[in-house]
Design a protein around this ligand. Sequence first.
Ligand code: 8YV
Length: 317
Amino acid sequence: MGTLKEIEILVPGKLHAATLARLEALFQVHQCRAGFVADLDEAVRRNIRGIATMAGIDRAGMDALPALEMIANFGVGYDAVDIASAVEKGLMVSHTPNVLNEEVADTAMGLLINTVRELPAAEAHLRAGKWVNNGPYPLTGATLQGRTMGIYGLGRIGKAIAKRALAFGLNIAYFGRTKQNVDFDYYSDLVSLARAVDTLMIVAPGTAETANSVNAEVMQALGADGVIINIGRGSVIDEPALIAALSDGTIRAAGLDVFADEPHVPDALLALPNAVLLPHVGSASLACRDAMGNLVVDNLVGWFEAKTPKTPVPEMG
Ligand code: 8YV
């Protein structure tokens, strides 16, 4: 076995700067635009054994790299990696669970409070001079108090959100594939969960199973005081149905950190006063991204030194 410095790693698209620096110190690193792996010179492509990526990789990208062994995904969600192709090709895939749980849960609660108590709009009122000229910001129609939060996806991040929501005095219920050994009420389908709660916290990953699962029926079931928060993946929500539900009062408000076609946010959503919109910042603190990036590098080192990455994705068995 050679040294790590002989191993060639490809970074398609942007990567957190500290992560790139650590990778460059350890490996031979090549970079290309996201989605343009096949455009690299054959002489470069044939020696690439690992990938570190925030942007993901598709089948064509994998096919263009004949010596590829490992894909280290920057992020707990790895929907941008074509996992079926990776499994079929016998590639190792890792992700970055746990190190972002608390940061994302903090963001989720901040987004919930901003949405329910209209804090961004209240600040805009102050900055526009309206407090002085027109008087106080109107009382908010909604309160956090007395709410029941239905968590869609009670995994590691969902549980960190639940812990915080309990401290705020909220009741909690959840929906997921399996009933867990927790004290919260379980619902085996999303519509029943939505009927039982007034606040839907989406933490679900972007998979074929979850795609558009928060649809018009779920929004109807949530009801007129309903609030939807999405910190998981944009694909989980039927976005046109959400726009309609926010426009006609089927639900009260939504707080979104993720969107169907990032970084593009539909004009109809931008125009809605009852939508609080964030540019996918759930884990976006320097400290959290440093921790995620270190795990990306540790996974690559673990694979190339001992075939034991720290955090392989569940599909690796
Ligand atoms: C990152 C995320 O923004 O971990 C995830 O799944 O969505 C975020 O923490 C993303 O992975 C960066 O590429």
